[in-house]
Design a protein around this ligand. Structure first.
Ligand SMILES: *Cc1c(COP(=O)(O)O)cnc(C)c1O
Ligand SMILES: [Zn+2]
Length: 500
């Protein structure tokens, strides 16, 4: 359908216009700061910021039903700037003009229903939303599209030039930052700081391939984070970690997409996601709140944040039922297969506390939960999911393990339908699958492979076969015929095949 054929009442609003009064709002002192400058913390008190639309009430003047139609019609447009997270422009970044939008194919990731076997095994109806099918193969692209579109906008307006974008990373932030920055060559260059040997080879190859300057330093992610914080305080750089509130804004698209995917019916829905630096759970809560406030959804879904027992500071914080007695304590992380969430001192903790209160308050009942899972459960559920048609990464496995734990704890009701975030592509973390299949996990992981889940290649090389082909040395004639015959015999024997 072409826009000219859209209903008359949709036509004037189908292409979003630059609008809104976005400001940084401090979570500490409440002070609001102009967005002309890229800020990460409040210049007054040093606390974290969230982007807040002073003019948000204008969005409430449009009925929820009309918004739903706008987003559904926008789905049909072919304008690149509106094909990704900015389908929800009014909610994601209304000040960004469409010609500043950087679109590399992010967002609108597939939602795949679990097969009968998995639903039977877990006793829950659930779907994976495959955020590993984003351009750099993780959900981080949602936030980077937002942060880099904003930086692009500043450059276009002459408020910034020769930007050096930096980030600390457990692997995926740097892959995404380097990719989006490389698109804005030569105005933007990027440098990433990684904990030496704590990211997978695939993740390391990504920023290298995108042309970023890659630093590896001793320690874990939390140490890298301190270094980039120091750099961003003392030098003129653009920090791309989720401390940057533009990242959070872009990641809200995940919630909007779930709403749209389920026809805006959030009754009995449960959204499950892994929690590391806690930017994503912040964004997901914030997104659903905005759609709820504008009547686009009529119920707030349950949200379950999952942490590994080896990196569980958020879970521990909420173990104390009395809000007045809760005290945040960073933890020392231990090795985790959910390596991108292996964070002991999450930067977004103040945002989590703020939004969890707001979310539960609006729902008038507890809707946000945090659970912890073992490393064993993460691996076992990941592998089982992938044996059943999914492409979950270890963090997707963590989501599924968390769903099962939540069910055991009575957090999930019989009719609930869960949407699990598989935050990255399984291939980024296939090294953990290798360790599982080869039974080579170091003891610190506390994982003993289940023989039923192990799979390994079977080498077929019959002893009686003297000549075999090799690259550049093909077999010919009788030798080749014998090779094909013997190989097929052996494989048929292994598979117990019956002759036709
Ligand atoms: C970053 C990341 C996480 C953790 O998300 P936070 O926003 O830091 O809580 C989980 N999974 C993957 C694959 C990631 O890259
Ligand atoms: Zn402040």
């Amino acid at each position: 359908m072409k826009p000219k054929d859209f209903p008359e009442e949709i036509k004037p609003v189908i292409i979003p216009r630059q609008a809104g009064g976005l400001v940084y709002r401090c979570l500490g002192c409440g002070f609001e700061h102009d967005i002309k400058k890229l800020l990460y913390i409040c210049p007054n008190c040093g606390q974290l910021l969230l982007l807040y639309d002073q003019d948000f009430d204008r969005l409430k003047k449009i009925a929820g039903e009309k918004w739903r139609q706008i987003f559904d019609y926008r789905k049909m447009l072919t304008i690149p700037a509106l094909k990704g997270i900015y389908r929800y422009h009014e909610f994601i970044g209304p000040v960004i003009p469409l010609d500043a939008v950087v679109y590399l194919g992010e967002g609108h990731t597939p939602v795949i229903e679990a097969n009968a076997f998995l639903q039977d095994r877990t006793g829950i109806r659930f779907y994976f939303k495959n955020d590993g099918q984003n351009p750099s193969a993780s959900f981080k692209d949602r936030g980077m599209a937002s942060a880099l579109s904003y930086i692009h906008f500043l450059i276009q307006k002459g408020h910034a030039s020769d930007v050096l974008a930096i980030c600390a990373s457990t692997g995926d932030t740097s892959a995404s930052a380097a990719l989006y920055a490389s698109y804005l060559q030569t105005d933007v260059k990027s440098a990433v700081i990684l904990p030496h040997r704590k990211v997978t080879p695939q993740q390391l190859s990504q920023p290298l391939g995108s042309g970023a300057t890659v630093f590896e330093i001793p320690g874990v992610f939390d140490d890298c984070m301190k270094v980039v914080e120091a750099l961003s305080e003392q030098y003129n750089v653009a920090l791309l970690n989720s401390k940057n509130a533009w990242r959070i804004l872009g990641q809200e698209s995940y919630s909007y997409e779930i709403a749209q995917n389920f026809e805006y019916d959030m009754e009995n829905k449960v959204v499950v996601l892994p929690v590391g630096n806690a930017g994503n759970v912040t964004a997901v809560m914030s997104g659903f709140i905005k759609f709820y406030e504008t009547g686009i959804i009529n119920t707030l879904p349950k949200i379950i944040g999952v942490q590994s027992k080896h990196a569980n500071p958020v879970y521990r914080y909420y173990l104390e039922p009395d809000a007045g007695k809760r005290k945040f304590l960073p933890v020392t992380v231990r090795p985790s297969v959910a390596q991108a969430a292996m964070i002991g001192n999450p930067v977004s903790m103040p945002r989590v506390i703020h939004l969890t209160d707001l979310y539960n308050g609006m729902a008038e009942i507890q809707k946000v939960f945090f659970v912890e899972v073992s490393e064993q459960a993460i691996m076992d559920w990941e592998l089982l999911a992938n044996k059943n048609g999914h492409i979950a990464c270890t963090h997707g496995g963590e989501s599924l393990a968390g769903l099962v734990t939540a069910k055991d704890q009575g957090i999930i009701d019989k009719d609930d339908i869960a949407i699990l975030n598989s935050t990255a592509h399984s291939l980024k973390f296939s090294g953990f699958q290798d360790m599982y299949f080869e039974k080579s996990f170091p003891p610190e992981f506390e994982i003993s492979p289940d023989p039923n889940l192990i799979n390994s290649p079977v080498l077929i090389h019959p002893k009686d076969l003297e000549k075999v082909p090799a690259p550049g040395k093909p077999l010919k004639g009788n030798d080749f015929e014998k090779f094909v015959k013997r190989m097929s015999e052996e494989i048929a024997k292994y598979l117990n095949l019956e002759e036709k």
